[in-house]
Every structure is written in structure tokens, then in C-alpha cells.
Design a protein around this ligand. Sequence first.
Ligand code: DP6
Length: 327
Amino acid sequence: MKKITARAHANIALIKYWGKRDSRLNLPAVGSLSLTLKALSTTTSVEFQEGLSEDSLSINGSDAGEKQTRRASRFLDLIRTDAGIQHGAIIDSTNNFPTGAGLASSASGFAALTVAAANAAGLNLSPSRLSELSRQGSGSAARSIFGGFVEMKLGEKADGSDSIAVPLHPAEHWPLAMLILITSEAEKPIGSTEGMNLTAETSPYYPAWVNTSPDDIAIAREAIAARDIEKLGEISEFSCFKMHGLAMSANPAIIYWNGLSVTLIHEIRRLRAQGIPAYVTMDAGPQVKVLTLPEYVEKLTGLLSEIEGIRQIINTEIGGDARILTE
Ligand code: DP6
């Protein structure tokens, strides 16, 4: 069987996914809306080999360890079932950004794995089906199948077939920029899967989170269609802080921020008060992401570079679809 290499970009949700309505199929409890990021990608090759009884996974050149390999293997089982094959696979995956630091490596990782594995198994699947499969690897990965502005549909079917991402607009619709401020490269204290499950079980605010999400998505969709940065930025911050407030209301509290994250949140709000369109979003980690317009990137980078402690600033535009690199 052929070895296939695929590349997928990470994505950042502006309207956040947090919570599941079904753990087995990994169905989200809320829809979400994201930007696919050009500068952050995972490149993965997959080769199913006859006679191989187990899968092997290497990430960034080293053996991935049991937990991650098992997660990838369980995912490959879905592809093996669809393709009617039994062999194990050799998986080789490389991120061009720090793994496990809240930079959505599971999103680009599972999207690249889905595209590479499906093709290596001889399946010719639609992007929607690839997104559905990817979701079962990681909810946010469903969105990384598509480039540009992407909406993850909540769906209502029990089999999850309508719980998939759909492309809203290509990257060219509206050039936006995102600055990713790396405040720490340490592994996060609690992963997103565990964090969202704890939140759903213990936060008294969880029902309100689920109920208010559709309005946020509708507003973000309108803002993107109208290319209205203020409207998009404000609703994105609202969704982000609602998600983090929700996580903090879990018992025990889940706090992803470090001191520098808080400093940066205040700094960005200060800069915005001075007329710079800059809006904060954060995921399950301490990195601060800033949504802005391309013409402000240089000025913002200069101003933010003066803040002590930032390890790295990654500047990215909006990226494209997940794709095969080799046949
Ligand atoms: C905070 O997609 O990592 O980044 O489905 O359990 O793998 P699993 O969760 P994951 O959660 C992402 C959470 C988030 C928000 C988002 O990307 O929408």
C-alpha cells in the first residue's frame, strides 16, 4: 500500500467549542467558528503495511509514547473499518510549532492524519466525511479540514453525520491577521477533553454556556460576512472570556492563564482604547492570540515585543484546506 503525506493547518476558534453531548462519537455540545492559520501546520505521513500488527507513531522525530499512540490507533480503527483493512500503520507526524502548549496541535494533527490515512487506505472521501472522521479524533480537528473561515455545525443526528465543519468563506474573503504570543512552552495542566468534561459535570454555568452559543455564532457569521472587525472582535472576546469564566467555575477550577497572559489581556485592551483594532482570544493554555488587521501587525508586534517575558510572537494570516502533498 502507498505511503501518503498530508498537511493540515491549525485553527483558532473565535467562537469556542467547550463541552460534548456524546463522548463516544465526540459530538460537541455547542457549534463553533474558527480561522484556519497559515503559519501553523502539521505534516503527517501514513503507510499501512501488511504483516504489521500494531501502529507506530512518531511526533517531531521521536516515538510518541503509549497514550498518544493508542489515541491515534483507535482513530485509525475507524479508517480500517471503512476500508476493510487490518494492517497496522507507520505514522510520522511533524508540527512546525510547539506541541501541547495550547496551540491546537490536536486540530492540525488529527486533520492531517485523517487525510493521509484515508488516502493511504485507498478511500476517496468527501471533505464533509473527512471532517466527520476528524471530529472523532478531536472536535477542533473537524474544522482544520477546511481553510479560511469555518463553522463547526452542532448537528442534531445521533450518528453525528451532520456534526461536521463547513467552509463559510475562503481566506481571500477578508485578509485578517493573528499574532500568537507564546507566554510559556510548558505542557498545559489539564487537557481540553478532560477540562471540558469536568466543566460540564461541575459548573453551575454550563447550561447557560450551551444556551447562549448559537447567538454568538450568528453574530460572528454576520460580522465576517460584513467584514466588520469591531463586531467580530467583540463577539470573539465575549466567547473566549465566557469559556474561560466557565472553566474557572468548574470544581476544582480550571485556570489556563498565567500571570503574563493576564498582563497581555490588559495591554491589548489598553492598545484598543488607543484605536488599534486588536482583540484577545485564548484556548486551553496560557498563550494569548490577538486578532487584528494586517496593516496593524508591524505596529502591534513592535509594541508587544517590549513586554518582558514573551517567548515568541508568531504572526499568521489565514490558511487553506488540508491537502495531500504526495501521491
Ligand atoms: C479551547 O478539540 O482539543 O481549543 O474534542 O476533546 O479533542 P477534543 O477537544 P479539542 O478542544 C478544543 C477546545 C478549544 C476551543 C476550540 O478550539 O473551539
